[in-house]
Design a protein around this ligand. Sequence first.
Ligand SMILES: [Fe+2]
Length: 387
Amino acid sequence: MAVTYYKQMGKIPRKRHIVMRKEDGTLYREQVMGTKGFSGIQSILYHDHPPTEIVTSSLLQENFFEYEEQSPLRPRHFNTNKVKKGQDALSGREYLLGNDDLVIGVVYPSNPMEFYYRNSDGDEVLFVHYGTGKIETMFGTLTYGKGDYIIIPVGTIYKVIPDDGETKFLVIETTSWITSPRRYRNEFGQLLEHSPFCERDIRGPEELVYFTEKGEYEVRTKARGALHSHIYNHHPLDVVGWDGYLYPYIFNIGDFEPITGRIHQPPPVHQNFEGHNFVICSFVPRLFDYHPEAIPAPYYHSNVDSDEVLYYVEGNFMSRKGINEGSITLHPSGIPHGPHPGTIEASIGKKETLELAVMIDTFRPLQVMKTARDIEDDRYESSWIED
Ligand SMILES: [Fe+2]
């Protein structure tokens, strides 16, 4: 599920489910992509070829996610700058944390995918830490840049084509739908005045590019926790027109308008998106609390029933020491956490912060992937002890 407003691109017939012919008199093929058993949002697409023409199917990979054995409950810190670079935006994904609701990883794509890809388990979020490029999708092409959250709805066929230079994505693969927070929408889905972003901040596909070629084309499909390969007998991006509410879009973190106050504002003011059993928040540069005795740094807090993941993008994160751009921290439910020694005192009287970070709070515990151990900073758990 994506955005809640209507968009239309390319050629579509005047009414749904009626004849639309090509110049040679044959029919375009209509596909309804509906969520929640056709009671959620949907789009209707018109293909040059039927989207069902599979030549062969094969299983490419099972058991993507290998989790470590139960280990002591503790704060964890992973340095994603150490993740292997290169490959394409799917093959190069290094998964670090996950549960049944989502998995979190990073990728440094340097090559275009040599295939098309769709995630049929749920929506994907690609947060662009840096780099530029484009994403070709069945709904049209989007161009991305630094700070973009790219939201790709379940079942969308796409290909990432990075420009020259380094690109890095924080990847969130879900098994549900990404939406705006419910409290920021009215009963019709329009974003309300107190929302920290509005429809003008959302960029859908810019151009609908389609291909009518026949030939063998591979679409890799992630579904049921495995990767499958489908060979079709035509180009998979053959949509000549579509309309509806379901489509990929981009929201730039720089368009998130921070909510500030006289005293410390609670974490939900930073919320940008939500899915089933998790939220995604944007911590952006902002003015600090303006009560004369305010403590801008957060208080110690017990997230008693949620795990907290922070991905540090830029700037000095005010409450933490020893973390870098590209660090991921995990503060699990069950033990309190909070600012590092000295950061509370240092925050008093400060006027602003330039921190930029993405936070993911999950309402069910996350597990750590075995491979994340290779990039873990073991000193983090005891870094709250004052020297
Ligand atoms: Fe926290």
